[in-house]
Design a protein around this ligand. Sequence first.
Ligand SMILES: [Zn+2]
Length: 295
Amino acid sequence: MTSQPSQQIPGVYHRKIGDIVVTVISDGYLDGNLEIMRNVDLDRARQILSDSFRPARRTSVNTFLIHSKGRRALIDTGSGNYLGPTAGHVQRNLAAAGIDPKSIDTVLLTHMHPDHSAGLTDMSNGQLLFPDSELVMHENELPHWFDDGAMSKADERSKKLFFEAGREQVAPYRNRTRLFRQGEVFPGVTAVPSHGHTPGHTAYLITSGDHQLMIWGDTVHVPEVQTAIPEAGMGFDTDLAMAAAARKRMFDRVSADRVLVAGMHTHFPGFARLARRGEGYALYPEAWVHSFDQA
Ligand SMILES: [Zn+2]
């Protein structure tokens, strides 16, 4: 008798971008409904999902480890233990990839939402999960989540999950936090401000020689629906109109340039290209490669 497998193989995937290796480290996934979507007819959204063989909203949560010039940076940190058992697996998958968190000298955040910044600190003991990392994010982001006025306007759930979780997660890094406006923020990594989803939401463009990868952060949360209908937003967008404008700018840019993209919520491992299709766009996932040197 041989035994059957009982656990998934770890969510780790390498992709070479010129001289840089990008390793997708999965945090897991989150399940939700479509009622959280805004500026979209929900029946149409439901139809698009079911036409894509996705009967429910299942959202991958991805983080990206950048190996560049002998250094390592992690873009986003996943959910920690804030969002249930299907997510929060970054540390486990880093270990499976043979990566010591102490070898990561920089954590770049796309923004401070719990599925991105809640993997920074272990709240059971206050320990930094990336003890040798500098924490780096856009200068608009931190002040927003520490703004008591903005917090007082939020509903109870957002207060707790967005403001309080964000504050307690980044606070232990306060003496090692660097804020930027734009430009190169790590060797080969350029910040592309894409505000709206949150005030400091930022994409990161990875460049090496002629090779590029746009890690577009939370440009989409429901890829099938939001590429088909770029106006469609999420109830937790800080500014729906600004988020939609940023999404359209990003879609224009990456489809015109035919640049490889990846997102925190594109389906794992998340690499794809975007093309114009009718009134909207469609994402075409990149084929899996065995030898990532030749991708
Ligand atoms: Zn997110």
